[in-house]
Design a protein around this ligand. Structure first.
Ligand SMILES: [Zn+2]
Length: 529
């Protein structure tokens, strides 16, 4: 076994990848190392950043060291790093320069010979602005190379290099699907979504969600998934929630070169920081802004790069802890407010709720309640969506009448004073519990049977501002009507509430539901016999 899943929340997982130089705990971010121009000494990666995994480029190593890399003790000797090392094959250079002068079989073999722990086959990245014809070709050629690599390098050897198969297709979801399915059949150790870098640079997170979801849905759950080039903390939780386990990024250097200072919720220009660094990482807490501004440029870049990496790695730890605690959705919603396009991406997750709960077949009751900020939270949180589906299909009752009450603010609902009064009236009238299903109508859960209102998460949530109108209102109406029809009640009575639009009641009345008001409550049992 090369990958083991220990815990999960949404489609995010805590996992372990076993390599020949040790275990990588996932989700993990591998900082990109260029041995020729690192902004700080390479020993820092193990000594201070304590990363499980780094990534370097085998093509650059080959161009600059050739076979001498072997004399230097392979990739670990060359970089002076004892932890697992992943190598990329040069596909990124193809994206940059259009071509590289190395044979695809050779570069995989070279990665193996220099002792890489995780190697990547040399795929053909699909550029975002390419025609569909040329993207099709890149997918086809990548598949051909994957078939070859699987025959040549996937030996039954426990000590072998793990091999990554990239998935291509650009923004064409049909091609991503084909690419993923073909690669999945070859049983690689790790899969990767290739070349979304341009999409991320444009902050097109909605398209990224589509690409990530389609690729992930077509790769078995048991396989770890890598996202190439994703290194800004604002979007890592989104990718993890969709089932991505590994990331690599040069962003800490690239941002630093432009003197851009990464924060969990965005980026600042260092020149905009006037008085103090808003950070307590070892770098920022050891220097004041004035001293920093007087440093030579190279030293400033080195310090920002270190700060950036601290922030990115801290986000990864935060994500791992959120998975353990079952609060990944909360972190995801928090980060989605970092940029309007990220919020759009969060809303887009509605389309992929089934995927979000794929790793999580049974809802993990969490000690933390659900936070529901607005109506969009109710569509993307699988714990809510799953409950709605479950109750619609599984709630079983043979009682001939149903009484729908507005969900009170007090929880559990049955402890509300007005609810208890209504139950007393029903009991005195001799219709409860024998004749009538008491259900609460809710903007979040739609329908909650009285008997189940203590079940997780029906009482364990906090709501912000949930406004129901238009399409959303129609969805609840349709849901309730479907629920009623399936159970062939003799009569369904609903108690009107001022918190809901009049249209809600009118539409239900039109479909045969009887409307009552607070004044009718005293003799409500009359309608239940
Ligand atoms: Zn800092």
């Amino acid at each position: 076994m090369t990958f083991e899943i220990l815990d999960h929340d949404l489609h995010g997982r805590i996992g372990r990848i076993y390599t020949r130089h040790g275990v990588v705990e996932t989700p993990a971010l591998a900082p990109v190392i260029n041995p020729l121009k690192s902004p700080f000494p390479l020993e820092y990666f193990e000594k201070y950043f304590k990363v499980d995994l780094v990534i370097t480029n085998a093509y650059i190593i080959w161009r600059n060291y050739g076979w001498k890399a072997l004399e230097k003790g392979g990739i670990h000797g060359l970089l002076g790093i004892s932890r697992p090392i992943m190598t990329d094959s040069g596909a990124y250079q193809i994206l940059e320069y259009g071509y590289i002068d190395v044979d695809p079989d050779f570069i995989v073999n070279y990665q193996k010979l220099i002792g890489s722990d995780i190697g990547v086959i040399l795929d053909i990245p699909s550029g975002v602005r390419e025609t569909k014809y040329s993207v099709k070709w890149s997918v086809k050629e990548t598949i051909r190379r994957e078939v070859r690599a699987s025959l040549l390098y996937m030996e039954e050897d426990k000590e072998r290099m793990l091999l990554v198969a990239p998935i291509q297709g650009g923004v064409n979801l049909d091609l991503i699907r084909i690419s993923a399915r073909s690669a999945a059949r070859l049983n690689f150790d790790i899969y990767a979504l290739g070349s979304p870098t341009q999409i991320m640079e444009n902050y097109d997170f909605e398209t990224l969600v589509d690409m990530m979801a389609v690729a992930r849905a077509n790769i078995p759950i048991s396989k770890p998934m890598h996202l190439f080039g994703a290194g800004h903390p604002i979007m890592l939780s989104l990718a993890v929630a969709l089932g991505y386990d590994l990331f690599d990024s040069a962003s800490y250097i690239l941002y630093a070169r432009n003197e851009r200072y990464i924060l969990p919720e965005g980026t600042l220009r260092v020149s905009e920081i006037r008085r103090e660094f808003p950070c307590e990482c070892p770098v920022c807490s050891s220097i004041d802004i004035e001293t920093f501004n007087n440093l030579p440029k190279e030293e400033r870049i080195s310090k920002i790069a270190q700060h950036n990496l601290y922030i990115i790695l801290r986000e990864i730890r935060l994500i791992r802890e959120a998975i353990r605690e079952g609060t990944l959705m909360r972190l995801l919603e928090l980060r989605s407010k970092a940029h309007p396009y990220l919020y759009r991406a969060l809303v887009k997750l509605r389309k992929y709720v089934k995927l979000l709960e794929r790793s999580d077949p049974i809802t993990k009751p969490s000690i933390h309640g659900i936070f529901i900020f607005d109506v969009n939270s109710t569509y993307v949180n699988p714990k809510i969506v799953r409950y709605r589906e479950w109750i619609k299909k599984r709630f079983f009752s043979e009682r001939p009448y149903a009484l729908l009450l507005p969900a009170p603010k007090i929880r559990p609902y049955h402890s509300d004073k007005k609810v208890r009064e209504i139950i007393r009236i029903l009991k005195n009238g001799g219709v409860y519990p024998r004749n009538v299903d008491v259900l609460f109508y809710s903007k979040i859960f739609y329908l909650v049977p009285l008997e189940l209102c203590e079940m997780y998460p029906l009482s364990q949530f906090e709501e912000g501002f949930i406004k129901i109108e238009g399409e959303n209102l129609m969805e609840i109406i349709k849901y309730i009507i479907k629920f009623i029809k399936k159970r062939s009640y003799k009569r369904v009575v609903i108690l009107q509430s001022e918190d809901w639009p009049l249209k809600f009641f009118k539409e239900l009345e039109r479909r045969g539901v009887m409307i009552v008001t607070r004044e009718d409550i005293k003799r409500i049992y009359q309608y239940m016999t």
